[in-house]
Design a protein around this ligand. Structure first.
Ligand SMILES: *Cc1c(COP(=O)(O)O)cnc(C)c1O
Length: 455
């Protein structure tokens, strides 16, 4: 009875999405607004525009407009590497001997190696259109910095990246890719900002964190004429741009006459998962369809499964607006042996609200199990997955094995966000049997949560 479903389903160029979908428009309980860290009042567009580009501020605070036109210049860029394929994982199904049908949307087919380019090009476009000279940002594992460097070079913008120090040292090739595209890369914390100098004075041996690099990048933006700060995840504008992933997926599923039963994505700050599920979530919110949606996070940085839904700082230096989100506390730093990315202490406010309202489930997985899943996937499907993406692979395999027990032929769909060529130290640790798991204790999380702002 099985239909002849192709290994890869591509869309025609003419079928590429022309608008991004803003899922907030269909949410009854809207995500809580960003707050001014001093007054605790909602941030106004004027306040936000000191830090962010004007058009992106509009997108950030608009929770009623369902669709935003994708500017022609961005569609032209998307055409260089989109549509991305919807792949039926026949070889993985066979290896697992499961009756389930497994699909994935592969976002790693561009030089940045991940989905992050989808938002980087949009943010660079709006910065250019505003007549800015450049942008600043942070990067952890390096995918976002690479994507932004590519987008900025395309539009002729200066790009200054603060890279978490341990990644700067562990991933010199990532750094060189960014420099090849013309970005300047500074290890964070650095002595180029007040907040960096302060953190270095307090913790001279720190290997850095995303929260700290964000503070430095924001300070650099607001203190340099003609610059704004851009962020690669967490913010609602980023989820908006990433909906090209979900919109393309939905059209591709319609083309093959199928629907996913379970949708799985890894969750760091929530941008790929939010973008992947948005159009499907829209149907759920409008009561037109039902899907089981699973967010997968690392056991070493479990913001949804063990964090608290509260207002928190987005950065270590406490210079950014407060966001209401599932958080582990802005001072939370995952154990140094955690290799798989997804290290941000908080979660997109949109996903946090959807999780609070029980539209999505969350599970946490340990990194050795994640790399075992990555290895299994690579050996049969050919793609070397990013450790982040492999969190979704792990849970997709678990669900497929459950189907084997029950004999159900469910459609399992996951987001394969990128490739792992720059994560070979982590793969090496796994291959050598030297990778270990670390799960923070309740006391560690409670300690970090005790420093939440009182709102
Ligand atoms: C950044 C990144 C992620 C996690 O970020 P989200 O905002 O949660 O999507 C996942 N996979 C890859 C390959 C990434 O580069």
């Amino acid at each position: 009875m099985s239909k002849n479903i192709p290994y890869k389903t591509y869309l025609e160029e003419s079928e590429l999405p022309k608008q991004w979908y803003n899922v907030r428009a269909d949410m009854k309980n809207k995500p809580a607004p960003l707050l001014n860290p001093e007054t605790h009042k909602p941030m106004t567009a004027k306040e936000l525009s000191v830090v962010f580009c004007d058009e992106l501020v509009k997108q950030e605070i608009d929770d009623t407009t369902p669709f935003f036109d994708i500017p022609e210049e961005i569609i032209e860029f998307y055409k260089m590497y989109r549509p991305s394929p919807l792949v039926r994982a026949y070889c993985l199904e066979k290896a697992l001997d499961t009756p389930a049908h497994i699909y994935y949307k592969f976002e790693g087919n561009n030089t940045s190696g991940s989905h992050k380019l989808n938002s980087a090009i949009a943010q660079a476009y709006y910065a250019k259109k505003q007549g800015l000279k450049g942008v600043t940002t942070e990067t952890g594992a390096g995918q976002w910095g690479t994507a932004l460097a590519m987008a900025c070079s395309y539009f002729g913008l200066d790009c200054r990246v603060y890279m978490v120090k341990c990644s700067y040292e562990q991933k010199p090739f990532r750094r060189e890719v960014m420099r090849t595209y013309g970005a300047s890369v500074t290890p964070s914390p650095s002595d180029t900002t007040n907040v960096g100098r302060k953190i270095l004075a307090e913790h001279p041996n720190t290997t850095g964190s995303l929260g700290c690099a964000i503070s430095e990048a924001v300070e650099a933006a607001v203190s340099t004429e003609g610059y704004r700060y851009v962020l690669g995840s967490v913010l609602s504008q980023v989820l908006l741009h990433q909906t090209v992933i979900g919109l393309e997926s939905k059209t591709a599923f319609e083309k093959i006459g199928e629907k996913p039963d379970i949708i799985i994505g890894c969750a760091g700050g929530g941008s790929n998962l939010g973008g992947l599920i948005s159009p499907f979530m829209g149907e759920m919110l409008r009561k037109e369809a039902n899907y089981r949606i699973i967010a997968v996070e690392p056991a070493s940085c479990p913001s949804l499964t063990r964090g608290k839904y509260a207002y928190d700082f987005c950065d270590t230096g406490m210079v950014c607006p407060l966001a209401k989100m599932y958080t582990l506390g802005s001072g939370f730093i995952p154990s140094a042996n955690h290799a798989g990315g997804l290290r941000y202490h908080g979660m997109s406010s949109i996903l946090s609200q959807l999780y609070e309202d029980k539209y999505i489930e969350a599970v946490s997985v340990e990194q050795t199990a994640v790399f075992a899943a990555a290895q299994k996937f690579a050996r049969v499907e050919g793609i070397l997955p990013a450790p982040e993406s492999s969190h979704a692979i792990k849970v997709a395999i678990d669900e497929a094995l459950k189907c084997k027990e029950t004999g159900e032929a469910k459609n399992i769909f996951f987001g394969l966000t990128g490739t792992g060529y720059f994560d070979m130290y982590a793969y090496q640790a796994f291959n050598d049997g030297k990778m270990s798991d670390y799960i923070p204790t309740d006391a560690e999380i409670a300690e970090s949560l005790s420093k939440l702002p009182k709102v």
